[in-house]
Design a protein around this ligand. Structure first.
Ligand code: GDP
Length: 477
C-alpha cells in the first residue's frame, strides 16, 4: 500500500457557501492535528484527532505562521472505515478562493503531503477493496449525470448492481471450471454422476450462462445510450420549420443543457433533457444556404445534393429521426424526406396555424402530429410522444429479467470475449467429439471466460485499464 498522503478540493471550484477539502493517507491524522492546532496523533482520545465520523467545530490556522485561515468543521474517518479505506480527514471551510487557497497551501507545506491526481481518491478506494471497477465507473457517471434517468442508472451501478451481476456470473463459471478440473484430476468413476457426469453438469451451466450473457448484450445499447445521450436528427425540406422547431425546443427553460455547433458548419446540435432523458437534437439545415447565397451558377445542384447526402448520413446515424413537413403544402409531402421515414421516425406536420390539416395525417405509414413551431400549438403533445419514444429506447423494459443495463463499451467488449470463450467451450465439449485433450482445452476456455468477466469488475489483471478509467475523473474524486 502507498505511504503517500494526498489532498484536494473535493467540492466545485468558484465561490460557494462551503468548500470541502479531503485528505487521505497515513498523514491525514497528523495534518488534521497540525492545521487545527491540536496535538499530533491519530487515535482520537490519545491524540488530537476529533471523534471519528462526527462533525467537530475547529479553528484552522497555518501551522508555521499561526495565521488564522478560517473557522470550519472537521470530519475524521480512521482507516479502514473511510471512502478510500485509508485514514481520511475532511475540512469543511467557507467556500471563498482565499480560504480554499490558504488551506491548500498550508497542507501542501506539510511534509509527506501532496496534491491528489484526478480520480486518485476513487482509485485508492478501488485498490483498497472499497468498490469494484463498475462501482467506480458508476460514481464517475453520477458526478457527470445531467438528467434524472442518467442519475438513476449511475446510482444503481455505484451501489453495485452491475458488479454483482458480473461477479455472480464469474462465480458460476469458476464453479463449472472446478467441475471440469475435478474430472481431469480424478477418475470419473469417483465423482458424482459417474463418467462424464461432471462435464455434462458444467456444460449445462455454461449453456445457461451463454443465454444470459447473450440476452444482456442484446439490449439495444440502452445503458450506453443513456450515458451518452440519444441522437435525434431533424430532417425535412427547406422552410418546413426545422430550425424554428429546434429553437422552440432549445428555449424551453428547463430543457436546455448547452448548445454547440456541430462538427460541420451545417449541423447544429442542442443537448436537451426530455422527460428526464438526455437527448442531442441535430438540425441538418444549411448547405442550401451556401448554394443560395453563392454565385448561383453551376455547382448549386451539387451543393444541394451534398446537403441531402449529409442529411441522410446524419439521419442514418440517429437513434430517432424527426421528420418535419411543411403544413402549407399538405397533403403534398417532400419526397426526399418521406423516403427516409421509417419505424424510428417521428412525423410532424408543421404550420398548423395556417389552416386545418386534412386528415389522415400519415406519412410513410407513420402517424403524424400537427404542430405549429410559431404558436407552440401541439408542442406539449409532441413532447410527450417524443419523451415516450425516447424512454422506450433507453430504459430496460419492466418485463426484463436480465437486471441492470450494460453501460460501457469496455464491458461490452469483455462480455463478447467471455461469450466467445464459452461458445468454444460448448463446441469442444459437445457430444461425441471428446478426446483425451478435451478436458484441458475446455478448462482453458472457461479460464479465459472468467478472466474476461473479472476484468470488468477489476478482479484480475486490470493494471492497463485502470489509468484509462480513472483519468476521466476530476481532481478531488
Ligand atoms: P427550415 O428551413 O426547415 O429550418 O425552416 P425555418 O425554421 O427556417 O422556417 C422557415 C419559415 O417558416 C420561416 O419564415 C418561419 O418563420 C416559418 N415558420 C416556421 N414554423 C412555422 C409555423 O409553425 N407557422 C408558420 N406560420 N410559419 C412557420
Amino acid at each position: 500500500m502507498t505511504a503517500e498522503t494526498i489532498f484536494a478540493l473535493a467540492s466545485g471550484a468558484g465561490r460557494a457557501g462551503i468548500a470541502i477539502i479531503r485528505i487521505s493517507g497515513p498523514g491525514a491524522g497528523p495534518a488534521l492535528a497540525a492545521i487545527t492546532g491540536a496535538k499530533a496523533g491519530t487515535g482520537g482520545e490519545a491524540g488530537g484527532s476529533p471523534e471519528p465520523r462526527r462533525a467537530t467545530i475547529v479553528k484552522l490556522s497555518d501551522p508555521e505562521t499561526l495565521v488564522a485561515i478560517d473557522d470550519g468543521l472537521a470530519l475524521w474517518f480512521p482507516a479502514p472505515d473511510s471512502f478510500t479505506g485509508e485514514d481520511v480527514a475532511e475540512l469543511h471551510v467557507h467556500g471563498g478562493p482565499a480560504v480554499v487557497m490558504g488551506t491548500l497551501e498550508a497542507l501542501g507545506a506539510m511534509p509527506g503531503l501532496r496534491t491528489a491526481e484526478p480520480g486518485e481518491f476513487t482509485r485508492r478506494a478501488f485498490e483498497n477493496g472499497k468498490m469494484d471497477l463498475t462501482a467506480a465507473e458508476g460514481l464517475a457517471d453520477l458526478v457527470e449525470a445531467e438528467t434524472s434517468a442518467q442519475r438513476r442508472q449511475a446510482l444503481r451501478q455505484l451501489r453495485g448492481e452491475l458488479g454483482k451481476l458480473y461477479e455472480s456470473w464469474r462465480e458460476r463459471l469458476l464453479n463449472a471450471l472446478a467441475h471440469i478440473e475435478a474430472g481431469i484430476d480424478f477418475s470419473d468413476q469417483d465423482l458424482p454422476g459417474g463418467p462424464g457426469g461432471v462435464e455434462a453438469a458444467a456444460a449445462e451451466e455454461v449453456g445457461k450462462l451463454v443465454g444470459e450473457i447473450a440476452a444482456h448484450l442484446k439490449d439495444n445499447r440502452r445503458g450506453e445510450r443513456l450515458r451518452s445521450g440519444l441522437l435525434i436528427t431533424i430532417i425535412g425540406p427547406p422552410n418546413a420549420g426545422k430550425s424554428s422547431l429546434l429553437n422552440l425546443l432549445a428555449q424551453r427553460d428547463a430543457a436546455i443543457v448547452h448548445e454547440t455547433a456541430g462538427t460541420t458548419r451545417d449541423v447544429i446540435e442542442v443537448h436537451l433533457d426530455l422527460g428526464g432523458y438526455p437527448v442531442i437534437v441535430a438540425d441538418t439545415a444549411g448547405l442550401r444556404d451556401i448554394g443560395d447565397g453563392g454565385n448561383g451558377g453551376p455547382g448549386v445542384i451539387d451543393v444541394e445534393a451534398e446537403g441531402i447526402r449529409r442529411a441522410r448520413g446524419k439521419a442514418r446515424e440517429a437513434d430517432l429521426r424527426l421528420a418535419v413537413f411543411d403544413g402549407q403544402a399538405w397533403p403534398e409531402t417532400d419526397s426526399h424526406t418521406a423516403g427516409l421515414v421509417d419505424a424510428d421516425t417521428l412525423v410532424v406536420i408543421n404550420k398548423s396555424d395556417l389552416g386545418r390539416l386534412a386528415p389522415p395525417l400519415i406519412v410513410g405509414g407513420q402517424p403524424g402530429l400537427a404542430i405549429s413551431a410559431l404558436t407552440g400549438d401541439g408542442i406539449e403533445t409532441f413532447l410527450a410522444v417524443a419523451a415516450e419514444r425516447v424512454a422506450g429506447l433507453m430504459e430496460t423494459t419492466a418485463s426484463s429479467t436480465i437486471g441492470p443495463a450494460l453501460t460501457r463499451a469496455r464491458h461490452r467488449e469483455a462480455l463478447e470475449e467471455c461469450r466467445a470463450a464459452l461458445e468454444r467451450f460448448l463446441a469442444v465439449t459437445d457430444g461425441d467429439k471428446w478426446s483425451d485433450k478435451t478436458p484441458e482445452l475446455a478448462a482453458e476456455d472457461l479460464r479465459l471466460a472468467a478472466r474476461a468477466l473479472g476484468r470488468i469488475t477489476g478482479r484480475v489483471d486490470v493494471e492497463d485499464v485502470l489509468d484509462a478509467i480513472f483519468r476521466d475523473f476530476c481532481i478531488g474524486k
